[in-house]
Write a protein that binds this ligand. Structure first.
Ligand code: COA
Length: 705
């Protein structure tokens, strides 16, 4: 049974901290924790706990947590694994609020049962656990460094949540070198109780946190994480690095924390869906979070590049294309704005090339003009070291321009390329929090991250869209299959399911006489296909049981007789159940649509091009349900071959609305019928606008009864 849970604010603003396993021996984790806490400026109560008693670093030691006189908001646990359970029990008696358990040796090494028992004890006493197998917490809100990592942590606007402890400790060091100020850094370790979603809910509201960086190895509760992320990214940027991208990486991650890395494609898609920026490297993640924590969100997409070198301008232009940064291209306005400070042999076409002879004054003039021009929303300022520019004045000039852009609420980023003096200048400016980079790619990459955040914030609020489908008819089909002990549907059941879901199939009827065959063909419309229906004939074509492309009554009459004759000759004792008369499909664009229960994120949709060639093309997009119509549409737009749906080389556009409609119907079916684990239509043939789609082959799998 769970008792009421404590408010998470006491984790980030604790009034008192106990260290169970505090030690007076330097080099021990229990010593480092005490020493960091006492030197971090924390003003709350600090209680070292150790059965030996005495004093540690001048603080009186309590033999048990139960002897502590006041309330305890956080008790860090750093005793050997074999003692953790009894310590948790005494914390439960003491009614501690949060238990960050540093100790390793639980689910990450297969000791799952004991970890569960500890969580159970904590939950039933109204306590919450972070970890085990974590390094502690730093929280700027309480000036508290309760980690056994580096002592000095610069306070600031970036919150870091990390699953890996060792990497987290390394990130503390890196944050100091990179001058990234932290509002908090907390490791979640094995995530036995508190996970990223719990912390994100708090950080979304936290006044100190302006950007959030998460290092993740595995996801425990995908649907909850997604729903929290969707909310957080509307108010703050979230950058995620997730290991387990390669197959080998996934194995390492699994054995590292005992959690299984989910399928990377789905993870990637779901993060994008939630507006999360996924970084490939820690370097990028740091650059982005630092920049996003302090940059103003642009008011529009028009970016200008101001450069003194043509080559570096071209490099930046390429990078803009790669990172989705749009260059302002109104040649006339650009000329009006920048002509005055651009020599005749320079260029006012974006990139604005003020040439190698540009002085600090020319830079200032060009950047001021960009900051003041209403139609320009962001600027990239590039500089290659030259002898005509006094590098000594550069630092001051860049600071002034940074302030100028800030006063206009616009982002500006600098990339400086050159020798030692330039490097010193970069280091000095970075320490002051100016967005200065030593290379063009990371400079433009950071602006790209800001623009992805901008695009996400502009998305329409997601209103979930569902279709009206005949759920009871679907359930009846499924119940019948399950009653026969099957976890898949037969062809006619799949067809019935699609009919009840409103997904168009090729028109078809099973008939038992030649007269009925002609009647059916006329009703369906020529051309038609005839196929033998017999439970004793599996390979219809081998038996001569299929006739394609029948154009008229005469051809149907002949084909009917031939099919029956062939079937009887092929297998004289075969039971003939009838003949199927079906619409002969004309060729169209072959796509694949799927709906399945993902192991991590639950119900998901897939869309791709290529039909039967999908495995080769690997051009697919995923989303987690539920979805708005706009989000479903964005899946189609995401695949590489989306232009084929728009129609290429004079083709008419395809019936995109009907594809979206089919995906929404499949999504509704998956969410309505909990017995279904997988539905796949392959191919779903898409015709020109107004002519719809046809589901040619549908496969449905059920959860094992
Ligand atoms: N309550 C409080 N303190 C207790 C105790 C109890 N019931 N029982 C023992 N202690 C004291 C010990 O006496 C010792 O203090 P001392 O130095 O004064 O003797 C202190 O707790 C620590 O116990 P010790 O046996 O010395 O263990 P340790 O310091 O060598 O290791 C851990 C303890 C938690 C650090 C270790 O078990 C561990 O898990 N290490 C890995 C940590 C890690 O990497 N975590 C993940 C980070 S990302």
């Amino acid at each position: 049974m769970s008792a009421e849970v404590p408010e998470i604010k006491y984790l980030f603003r604790p009034r008192s901290v106990a260290v169970v396993g505090a030690s007076g021996t330097p080099g021990k984790i229990g010593y480092s924790l005490m020493s960091n806490i006492l030197s971090s400026g924390y003003e709350g109560e600090v209680y070292p706990i150790n059965p030996k008693g005495g004093e540690i670093l001048g603080r009186p030691v309590y033999k048990s947590i139960e002897d502590v006189p006041g309330e305890v908001d956080i008790a860090l646990i750093a005793v050997p694994a074999s003692l953790v359970k009894s310590v948790v029990q005494s914390c439960a008696r003491k009614k501690v609020r949060f238990l960050p358990i540093i100790t390793s040796g639980f689910s990450e090494v297969g000791n799952i049962q004991e970890e569960r028992e500890i969580v159970e004890i904590a939950r039933s006493a109204g306590m919450r656990i972070i970890g085990p197998n974590m390094f502690g917490i730093f929280t700027a809100a309480a000036s508290l460094n309760a980690t056994f990592g580096p002592r000095d942590i610069m306070p600031g606007g970036v919150a870091i949540i990390t699953q890996s402890g060792a990497l987290g400790i390394a990130m503390i060091g890196k944050s100091a070198v990179e001058h990234v100020g932290l509002s908090t850094i907390i490791s979640v370790g094995n995530k036995s109780d508190i996970d990223e979603a719990d912390l994100l809910e708090y950080l979304a509201e936290d006044g100190l946190t302006r950007a959030i960086l998460i290092y993740m190895e595995g996801v425990h509760d995908g649907p909850r994480l997604l729903s929290v992320l969707k909310h957080v990214t509307r108010v703050k940027p979230v950058v995620v690095i997730k290991s387990g991208r390669s197959k080998r990486g996934a194995m390492a991650a699994a054995s590292h924390t005992g959690s299984l890395a989910g399928s990377d494609e789905v993870f990637d898609a779901v993060m994008r869906q939630a507006g999360v920026l996924r970084a490939d490297s820690i370097q990028d993640a740091f650059e982005w979070s630092k920049f996003l924590a302090s940059a103003p969100l642009p008011q529009g997409r028009n970016t200008v590049i101001v450069t003194n070198g043509g080559g570096v301008g071209v490099l930046a232009t390429d990078a803009c294309e790669r990172f989705g940064v749009k260059l302002y291209d109104d040649a006339q306005r650009l000329h009006e704005i920048f002509d005055e400070m651009t020599p005749s042999f320079g260029s006012t076409k974006n990139p604005i090339d003020i040439t190698g002879q540009a002085s600090a004054d020319d830079y200032v003039a060009a950047l001021k003009a960009a900051a003041e021009a209403e139609e320009i929303h962001a600027a990239l300022a590039l500089y290659c070291e030259t002898a005509v520019f006094d590098v000594n004045s550069m630092e001051q000039m860049i600071e002034r321009m940074d302030a100028e852009f800030r006063s206009h609420g616009k982002p500006v980023l600098f990339a400086l390329l050159g020798g030692e003096k330039i490097e010193t200048c970069i280091a000095g400016l970075r320490a002051k929090g100016v967005a200065v980079f030593g290379d063009v790619y990371s400079c433009v990459g950071s602006l790209g991250a800001l623009y992805r955040q901008y695009e996400f914030r502009r998305r329409p609020p997601a209103e979930v869209e569902t279709a009206s489908i005949d759920v009871s008819a679907c359930e009846a089909v499924i119940a019948n299959a399950l009653s026969e002990g099957r976890n898949f549907l037969l062809a006619h059941e799949g067809r019935a399911l699609m009919e009840a879901t409103g997904v168009p199939m090729p028109k078809s009827r099973v008939v038992r006489s030649i007269g009925e065959a002609v009647e059916a063909a006329e009703e369906i419309g020529y051309p038609v296909v005839l196929k033998i229906v017999s439970r004793d004939i599996l390979h219809k074509s081998d038996a001569g049981g299929v006739a394609l492309d029948l154009e008229n009554k005469g051809e149907v009459l002949d084909a009917y007789q031939a099919i029956i004759h062939n079937a009887k000759r092929y297998k004289p004792d075969a039971r003939i159940d009838g003949v199927e008369v079906a619409e002969m499909l004309k060729p169209g664009l072959e796509t694949i649509v799927g709906a399945r229960i993902d192991r991590t994120f639950g119900p998901t949709l897939m869309f791709g091009l290529g039909g039967i060639y999908v495995e080769v093309m690997k051009d697919v997009a995923f989303r987690a349900l539920p979805l708005s119509r706009w989000e479903v549409m964005s899946m189609l737009q995401e695949i590489r071959t989306y232009p084929l749906l728009l129609g290429v080389r004079g083709e008419d556009p395809k019936d995109i609305d009907l594809v979206v409609d089919t995906l929404i119907r499949l999504g509704t079916l998956l969410l309505s019928c909990k017995e279904i684990s997988d539905i796949e239509i392959n191919p779903l043939v898409v015709y020109e606008k107004g002519e719809g789609v046809r589901s040619v082959d549908v496969r449905v799998l059920l959860h094992n009864a």
